[in-house]
Design a protein around this ligand. Structure first.
Ligand code: SF4
Length: 381
């Protein structure tokens, strides 16, 4: 079976094209919510002061003795038809953010304002039928395509299940829709009767994407969408996601620890550290001119560091603070080579830097430091 990219032309039969549906874009200009401008676009999802604190239990009675602040006051805007990459080290809270947006877990506090077809709703507070309705518009693609597919179900059942459960198609109509979805993601419809084990890793991820597309969502949260795949297949899946975005006006939130993946697919990038956003910027600027020392450190440890950092892959030294303890000052100060006295006293806010209002950083010295980005093509040569 071919791993070839999707041929969008002529297979545009099953998805609902939501491009141009400016239904309920909330204008959050003026609020410091990491809503760096995306020209002319409406906000599809406005995340406001989102928190997830997991209880720490101890003893025979499992008493709560504290909380781990996995996500601790995250705010950002996600614009219609953009791709926002969310990056950070393992355990920084990025996957917890993803799970809250799709309501796989409930937030401890905060809002997730989604511009739905009939007005803006706070996904964080939805229950019952309203929540089911919102979930149809917000789908997720998972990291491990094999683990997310039931090995005992045929592909036609896996892709068609959301349509059946939501009573959106049945019988011949369902079969036709599944076939169209398979074509959209570059799979041959005649393979619909096969089981997941008959497919390669890349093909299984295509099946996961077809399933996520089945309900014609407007927002897809992609949690490490290609990290389980070979490099050559990664590019095909990323290009497929881009093609689908162009065809159906999709909005993506891409969670990844891989800066190369995020650079390839994102319009903007948000960097997370210890449950908080520390920098948000248009992709090119963040990679060429980071404003937060943690972003600089991440870039230095990437597969394509600036020549200045070659051979210094352990640049993020120092101790990571305990997320169950209240952290005074800047959370990055124990690892930051630029830390000064004020960094231990005051926590910096995520704010616009210098003359670039669309680049936000949570650092007292964001406008003064000259930090090194990733290597440009010329510098890598
Ligand atoms: Fe480093 Fe201080 Fe900036 Fe924090 S506020 S990133 S410790 S320079």
């Amino acid at each position: 079976m071919s791993e070839g990219g999707a041929n969008m032309a002529g297979t545009n039969t099953a998805g609902t094209n939501t491009a141009g549906t400016n239904t309920a874009g909330t204008n959050t200009a003026g609020t410091n919510t990491a809503g760096t401008s995306v020209a002319g676009a409406n906000v599809l999802l406005g995340v406001r002061d989102l928190k997830k604190h997991f209880p720490v239990k101890k003893g025979f009675l499992r008493r709560v003795v504290g909380h781990v602040r996995a996500v601790d006051g995250v705010s950002f805007d996600l614009y219609e038809q953009e791709t926002l990459g969310l990056v950070g080290e393992s355990g920084c809270g990025k996957t917890t953010v993803a799970k809250m947006i799709v309501r796989a877990i409930d937030p401890t506090d905060g809002q997730m304002l989604f511009a739905g077809e009939s007005g803006t709703v706070d996904v964080a507070g939805l229950r019952g039928e309203e929540l089911l309705k919102a979930r149809r518009s917000i789908q997720m693609i998972f990291q491990d395509p094999y683990a997310s597919l039931n090995p005992r179900h045929r592909i036609r059942d896996i892709i068609g299940e959301p349509l059946l459960v939501n009573r959106m198609a049945s019988g011949t109509q369902l079969e036709e829709r599944v076939a169209a979805l398979m074509e959209q993601v570059g799979l041959r419809p005649e393979y619909a009767i096969r089981y997941p084990h008959a497919f390669s890793g890349g093909q299984r991820q295509r099946i996961g994407i077809a399933r996520a597309l089945s309900l014609s969502p407007r927002l897809i949260v992609c949690d490490e969408p290609v990290s389980a795949l070979d490099m050559s297949i990664q590019a095909q899946i990323l290009n497929l996601l881009k093609d689908l975005q162009d065809a159906y006006g999709l909005t993506y939130l891409v969670i990844s620890h891989d800066l190369g993946v995020v650079q390839h697919i994102s319009d903007r990038v948000a960097v997370m550290y210890l449950g908080k956003l520390v920098e948000v910027a248009p992709t090119e600027r963040l990679f060429s001119r980071p404003r937060h020392p943690y972003t600089e450190a991440l870039l230095s440890a990437s597969p394509r560091p600036h020549p200045r950092y070659r051979g210094q892959m352990k640049i993020i030294a120092g101790e990571v603070p305990d997320a169950s303890q209240q952290i005074e000052g800047c959370p990055f100060r124990t690892r930051c080579p630029y830390a000064q006295a004020i960094c231990a006293e005051q926590e910096p806010e995520l704010a616009p830097t210098g003359s670039e209002p669309d680049q936000l950083a949570a650092c007292h010295f964001a406008s003064e430091l000259t930090l090194t980005g990733a290597a440009t093509a010329g510098e890598r040569a």
